[in-house]
Design a protein around this ligand. Structure first.
Ligand code: SF4
Length: 324
């Protein structure tokens, strides 16, 4: 999957011969954080990502969880035996069986990662006794990588939009549909917010539009597991959430067509933004994006004097990091 990426771009303008590309993350940043930040994040060159412990931990735990379920599909007899154990109340034996399928954590953060994986295992063991056999227990989608092409009408013109999505897990539910489950290795966020529900509605929509739902079934529920916070949430997907998400999606397509990515009025968000020197709100340059991409800076009138030489050097260094 992802092969359609060559046909689309996040940095789309009306002159582009590609499709507009949208992901859960760009829709979220546009709708819930700052539209301008979403745009700058796609048109400025990217600095090397500094290694952060939480990113490494998240990636490792996601990878091993994916392997755990793949191992389950390769050893369905073990899953069926664990289900039989759990139905008899022998959870110790059931746990040992599943633990044998879950790769051990290793590396610099092995202790924390193993703690999260143990939590995920224990959380899964709670499901065992409710399962008929392995087909109920194992996900029907495991890190499912999806592409969908949709058409969106803006003022009578149709635009093709490429939707990207990678869904952590998809399980059969009891109603003939499916439930989407996300693994969050960071801190807990209240699930009962439009932001959280929209993310899942986006995935449900990509699943439907990609055609994968024809085989798997429609999304009826979604949930999140937070091993770090010892918490999980599960809820029904409401039609109204899907409708609201589609409206946001269409709003983002219109923003691309009109090239309208406003800055946020929330100064708190700007305080955490890496792009302040390249954003219309704070940039001293007439050509911030071009400068970031290698052009000579064109200073706004009188602004250069505001920048002491060491700060100019810092900006050029920043660009140097991006250009690597
Ligand atoms: S500095 Fe503020 S307005 Fe500008 S991109 Fe960042 S968050 Fe948005």
């Amino acid at each position: 999957m992802g092969e359609l990426n060559e046909t689309s771009t996040y940095a789309w303008t009306v002159d582009s011969d590609k499709r507009i590309r949208i992901s859960k993350s760009t829709l979220d940043t546009y709708s819930n954080w700052c539209a301008q930040q979403m745009w700058l994040g796609k048109v400025l060159p990217h600095a090397d990502v500094e290694e952060k412990d939480y990113l490494t931990i998240g990636s490792n735990v996601h990878d091993r969880t994916e392997h755990f379920y793949n191992n389950g599909w390769d050893n369905t007899d073990v899953i069926d035996e664990a289900i039989a154990d759990a139905k008899k109340g022998n959870y110790k034996s059931a746990r040992e069986k599943l633990r044998g399928l879950f790769p051990d954590a290793e590396g610099d953060y092995a202790d924390r990662e193993q703690q999260y994986q143990d939590w995920l295992l224990d959380n899964d063991i709670l499901r065992l006794k409710h399962c008929k056999d392995h087909t109920d227990f194992l996900p029907v989608g495991n890190e499912l990588d999806l592409d969908a092409i949709i058409e969106v009408d803006v003022d009578g013109t149709t635009y093709e939009v490429h939707l990207r999505g990678i869904i952590d897990r998809i399980f059969k539910d009891a109603e003939g549909g499916v439930a989407l489950m996300e693994l969050k290795t960071g801190k807990w966020h209240n699930a009962n917010t439009p932001k959280m529900k929209m993310e899942m509605a986006y995935y449900a929509y990509v699943l439907e539009q990609s055609g994968a739902a024809d085989d798997l079934g429609d999304v009826t529920h979604y949930g999140w597991r937070y091993p770090k916070a010892d918490h999980w949430d599960y809820m029904e997907m409401k039609k109204a959430t899907l409708t609201a998400m589609k409206k946001r999606l269409h709003k983002l397509v219109r923003a691309y067509v009109e090239h309208d990515f406003p800055t946020t009025k929330d100064e708190f968000k700007c305080g955490y933004c890496d792009y302040i020197d390249f954003c219309p709100k704070g940039t001293p340059f007439e050509n911030p994006v071009e400068f970031a991409n290698g052009a000579e800076p064109i200073w706004k009138e009188g602004r250069k004097d505001e920048f002491p030489p060491h700060q100019i050097v810092k900006l050029l260094d920043l660009r140097g990091a991006w250009m690597k």
